[in-house]
Design a protein around this ligand. Structure first.
Ligand code: FES
Length: 220
C-alpha cells in the first residue's frame, strides 16, 4: 500500500536529522492492506498535531491511540526527531515471534541498550499492540520507509514486514530490530513513553518508578 512517510537525512553524530516544523505537517501514515487509508489519514494528522508551544518546548507529547487504526503508523515530531507509533495487528505480533524471522536479525533479544528496560522484551514495547520507535536509521541517520506488509512485492522474497532504509539498504522488522548483513549496526531506538489508559500514550514520560532517558541509548 502507499507509504507517505517523509524522508530526511542527517548525521546521527550530529544528534539526528534536523526537521523543521513544515516537515511535521508531513506526518506519515501507513496501514496493512487498507486501501484508501492514506488519503483518510489527513484528518488524524491535523487532530494529532500538538500546539506549537509543545513542539518548541520538547515536552511530553500525548497521542490519542483511538486515532491509529490497526496496521497503521503515525509519525510525530518530538524533540526534532520523528517518532513512529504503530498499531500492530495480531498477525504482525505473530510474525515478529517466528523463529525463521528472528534468525534474520542481528539483535533479536534487544540485548543492546536501544530501548528502556520496560521495552526490553519480545515486542520491544510496554503493550505489544503499540510499537513506539525513534524513526532514525542507526547507520547514518536517514528515515526508514514503513513497509509493514509481509511479502511486499517491492522487497526481497521472504520479507516479513518492517522498515527499509532507502539510503543504503538497511532493514528492520516490525519491532524495529535490525537485520543481519545490512549497514545499520543497531536496532531502532525506543524513546521513553507511557500508556496512561486505553486512549492516551505519552511520549517523553516514563511509567511510574522508571527514569529512562533517550540519551542512554547506544546510538541515535
Ligand atoms: Fe540507513 Fe544508511 S542511513 S542504511
Amino acid at each position: 500500500m502507499a507509504d507517505t512517510t517523509s524522508t530526511a537525512k542527517g548525521g546521527p553524530h550530529a544528534g539526528g536529522p534536523e526537521i523543521k516544523r513544515r516537515d511535521f505537517l508531513h506526518i506519515a501514515t501507513g496501514a496493512v492492506g487498507a486501501v484508501g487509508v492514506a488519503a483518510a489519514a489527513w484528518p488524524f494528522i491535523s487532530q494529532m498535531e500538538p500546539s506549537a508551544s509543545v513542539v518548541a518546548a520538547g515536552g511530553p507529547m500525548t497521542i490519542d491511540l483511538n486515532k491509529i487504526q490497526p496496521g497503521q503508523q503515525v509519525t510525530v515530531l518530538w524533540r526534532s526527531k520523528p517518532i513512529f507509533i504503530v498499531h500492530r495487528t495480531p498477525e504482525i505480533l505473530a510474525k515478529i515471534k517466528e523463529p525463521s524471522d528472528l534468525a534474520m536479525l542481528r539483535d533479536p533479544d534487544s540485548e543492546n541498550l536501544q530501548q528502556p528496560p520496560y521495552a526490553t522484551n519480545w515486542s520491544r514495547s510496554l503493550t505489544p499492540e503499540y510499537l513506539v520507535l525513534v524513526g532514525i536509521c542507526t547507520h547514518l541517520g536517514c528515515i526508514p520507509d514503513f513497509k509493514p506488509d509481509a511479502g511486499d512485492a517491492t522487497m526481497a522474497a521472504g520479507w516479513p514486514g518492517g522498515y527499509f532504509c532507502p539510503c543504503h539498504g538497511s532493514k528492520y522488522d516490525m519491532a524495529g530490530r535490525v537485520f543481519q548483513g545490512v549497514p545499520a549496526p543497531l536496532n531502532l531506538p525506543v524513546p521513553p513513553y507511557v500508556i496512561k489508559d486505553k486512549t492516551n500514550l505519552v511520549i517523553g514520560e516514563n511509567p511510574e518508578g522508571e527514569s529512562f532517558s533517550l540519551s542512554e541509548v547506544m546510538q541515535l
